[in-house]
Design a protein around this ligand. Structure first.
Ligand code: SF4
Length: 416
């Protein structure tokens, strides 16, 4: 319980079950956050002793409830996509990594993509009542047959009427298309983008992301797109973006950085991405980093004579020189890219976020010459553990140079 909070004042103990607010049963963190926002509330709770109590709470403005909730039970996915990351996992990882989650609540809170194929009428009502907007939705294809095939879910509702219904009620969406060659590229992609655009401004943006597979994926059923296929998909994206720019003043439709990389095309300028709303999805991530660095130039320390290693995966390894040039110029430091191959998922997995600690350790074990090493912060979970369950502090103890987790370099270097 946080001190100086209502929860502490009431004497709520760890393990207390929050049952209802103003007579409405609490299902999860959403109910709690929305229902407890009122200034006056009647809270029913069950103490760890089993005793049930009711608290009549008048909340002084600004005083938080100070309650930390247990992590919500994740909503399981009803689909069986051939490209699912869960199938692409090797055996022996942490149990949560095998959970297929498809949860509109996490979509609202964290920007996770959901398919909306497992919504109950009660979920739909909550989305509207709590105005859970924007949501991040995996569309893949608007043609119902192709979408059901991609999701391996014959029950998946039609996505266009579903999105239209929500947008008419004030819910907005960011959409993504995971591009599977021979299935939802070409004319299917054209139709998907046109259908989503026709829904109106409630569909805020669409990203097109080439499918990423590992050695353990169902490679007998699907493959990654070739370079000419990525180029062709970029052509479709560009045509749609040109129309959206002319009609709505925003490109609206974006290729993931990986699509440009695999097509061998230069990335658009930072301005193209507007607010970088899909950067967590690898859309504009490189330009976002450059923007962050450019904005922090005046606040950066001098790092003359220092050697700084930057660990990344093979994907960003190819793009990183453009990012590090700006850092070197801003600090006079010598930045060195340490590109690490993924030994757990196989070399085809090139994202930094899935790098195992073992591969990072192997790459840095013989590098005492580095004054500091920046590790990709997205490669650890909330408990600071890498995908192979190694704690970042344990990794640091085994390395000859100091290491720091960093999202965008600026976060660490500003205080260096
Ligand atoms: S929607 Fe597809 S990719 Fe996502 S968790 Fe479900 S099966 Fe996996």
């Amino acid at each position: 319980m946080a001190p100086d909070s209502i929860g502490a004042e009431l004497g709520l103990l760890p393990g207390t079950e929050l049952l209802a607010v103003n007579g409405r049963a609490l299902e999860d963190f959403l109910d709690w956050e929305f229902l407890s926002a009122d200034e006056r509330l009647l809270l029913r709770a069950r103490l760890p002793t089993g005793e049930e109590l009711e608290y009549d709470i008048e909340r002084p403005e600004g005083l938080p409830m100070g309650v930390t909730l247990e992590a919500p039970r994740i909503r399981r996915c009803a689909n069986h996509c051939d490209f699912c990351f869960v199938d692409g996992n090797p055996v022996g990882l942490r149990a949560p990594l095998y959970i297929r989650d498809d949860d509109y609540r996490l979509s609202f809170r964290y920007g996770n993509f959901a398919t909306l194929t497992n919504l109950k009428s009660w979920d739909v009502e909550r989305i509207i009542e709590y105005r859970l907007s924007p949501l991040y939705v995996s569309v893949h294809a608007t043609d119902p047959t192709i979408r059901r095939w991609l999701l391996r879910n014959p029950e998946a509702p039609e996505i266009v009427p579903q999105l239209r219904w929500f947008t008419e009620r004030g819910i907005a969406f960011h959409a993504q298309v995971v591009l599977v060659p021979g299935v939802n590229d070409g004319v299917v992609l054209e139709r998907t983008l046109a259908d989503l655009y026709a829904i109106g401004p409630g569909v805020l943006s669409v990203s097109v992301v080439p499918v990423a597979l590992t050695e353990f994926s169902k490679l007998h059923l699907l493959r990654e797109p070739t370079s000419p296929e990525c180029l062709a998909a970029l052509g479709v994206v560009d045509r749609m973006a040109a129309r959206a720019l002319a009609e709505r003043g925003t490109p609206w439709c974006f290729g993931a950085d990986d699509l440009y990389l695999q097509a061998g095309e230069p990335l658009p300028a930072a301005e193209w991405y507007g607010e970088f709303e899909q950067r967590e999805n690898g859309v504009g991530a490189v330009r976002f980093l450059q923007t962050r660095i450019a904005a922090a130039v005046g606040r950066m320390p001098t790092l003359a004579g220092k050697r700084i290693g930057v660990v990344t995966g093979k994907a960003m390894g190819r793009l990183m020189p453009q990012v590090l040039d700006g850092l070197g110029a801003a600090t006079d430091g010598r930045f060195e890219i340490v590109t690490v191959e993924n030994t757990l998922f196989g070399p085809s997995v090139t994202t930094a976020g899935l790098l195992p600690a073992a591969a990072i350790e192997a790459a840095l074990r013989a590098r005492p010459d580095l004054d500091l090493v920046l590790l990709p912060a997205e490669a650890v979970n909330d408990d600071l553990r890498f995908i192979d369950d190694v704690d970042v502090h344990d990794l640091a103890d085994r390395l000859p140079s100091p290491v720091r987790l960093s999202y965008d370099f600026v976060d660490v270097l500003e205080g260096a």
